[in-house]
Design a binder for this molecule. Structure first.
Ligand code: GDP
Length: 218
C-alpha cells in the first residue's frame, strides 16, 4: 500500500510559501551547453508529452500561464527553467518525451536532451516523474526510470489527472504504481496523486518540493 505522505502543518505551510512567492521564467534551452551554471538546488518535472506537466506546474505555483500549456502534444520542446525570487532553487520543466507523431529526429533530439540533463546534472536533487493516472507507467517511462536508477538520481512518481478516475480505480492505480516504485532503487517510495483541475494532491506536492529544498540546502 502507498504510504500517505506525512507532512506536518509547518511543512505544508513551507510548501505554500515557496510556491506562492514570486516566480520568474529564467530561460528556455534546447541544448545542454546553454544550461545555467550549477549552484542552486534543482528539481525537474518530466513526463510523456501531454501528461499534464505544464498544467501541473501552473497549478502548483498558482499561476495561470507560467508554464505554457497546449492542446497540441509535443509543443513544449525546450527545457524551460523557472526560478523563485526568494529561494536558491531552479525548477526545470523538461520537454515531454515520447510524442509519437513528431518527426523522428526531433523526438531523438528532445529525448537526448532530457536524458543527458537528467543523468548528468550534479545539482539535480529530485525528478518528479509525471504519469497519467489513466494510463499508468508505459514502456517509455520505464526507460526513463531505468536510466534514473542507473544514474542514482532520486525521483518521485506523481500521478496526474487524478480527477479522471473514480476513487476506487485511483486507489488501485496508486497501489500498482507504488508497488512498481518499490522495485526501483532510485524511486522515492511515496507516489502522489494529483489533479491540476480538482487541486487534489497539490499541497502535498508543494510540501515535497519544499522538503527537497530544505534537505539539500541544509
Ligand atoms: P503537457 O504536454 O504535459 O505540458 O500537458 P498539458 O498541461 O498541456 O495538458 C495536456 C492536456 O491535458 C490538456 O488538454 C489539459 O487541459 C489536460 N489536463 C492537464 N491536467 C489535467 C488535469 O488535472 N485533469 C484533467 N481532466 N485534464 C488535465
Amino acid at each position: 500500500m502507498n504510504d500517505t505522505p506525512e507532512f506536518s502543518d509547518d511543512q505544508i505551510a513551507a510548501g505554500e510559501r515557496l510556491a506562492f512567492g514570486r516566480w520568474e521564467f529564467l530561460k528556455g534551452v534546447v541544448a545542454l551547453e546553454h544550461l545555467p551554471e550549477t549552484g542552486p538546488v534543482e528539481i525537474a518535472f518530466a513526463g510523456r508529452s501531454n501528461v499534464g506537466k505544464s498544467s501541473l506546474i501552473n497549478a502548483v505555483l498558482k499561476r495561470r500561464s507560467l508554464a505554457r500549456t497546449s492542446n497540441t502534444p509535443g509543443r513544449t520542446q525546450e527545457l524551460n527553467i523557472f526560478k523563485p525570487g526568494h529561494a536558491s532553487l531552479l525548477l526545470f520543466d523538461m520537454p515531454g518525451y515520447g510524442f509519437a507523431k513528431a518527426p523522428l529526429e526531433k523526438v531523438e533530439a528532445w529525448t537526448s536532451l532530457v536524458k543527458d540533463y537528467l543523468r548528468g546534472r550534479a545539482t539535480l536533487a529530485r525528478v518528479f516523474l509525471l504519469i497519467d493516472a489513466r494510463h499508468g507507467i508505459k514502456p517509455i517511462d520505464c526507460e526513463i526510470m531505468a536510466m534514473l536508477d542507473e544514474a542514482a538520481v532520486s525521483y518521485q512518481i506523481v500521478l496526474t489527472k487524478a480527477d479522471k478516475l473514480k476513487p476506487g480505480k485511483l486507489e488501485h492505480v496508486l497501489g500498482e504504481t507504488h508497488t512498481e516504485a518499490t522495485k526501483h532503487p532510485a524511486a522515492f517510495p511515496i507516489v502522489l496523486a494529483t489533479s491540476s483541475q480538482s487541486k487534489e494532491g497539490l499541497s502535498m506536492l508543494r510540501a515535497s518540493i519544499a522538503q527537497v529544498l530544505a534537505d539539500y540546502s541544509a
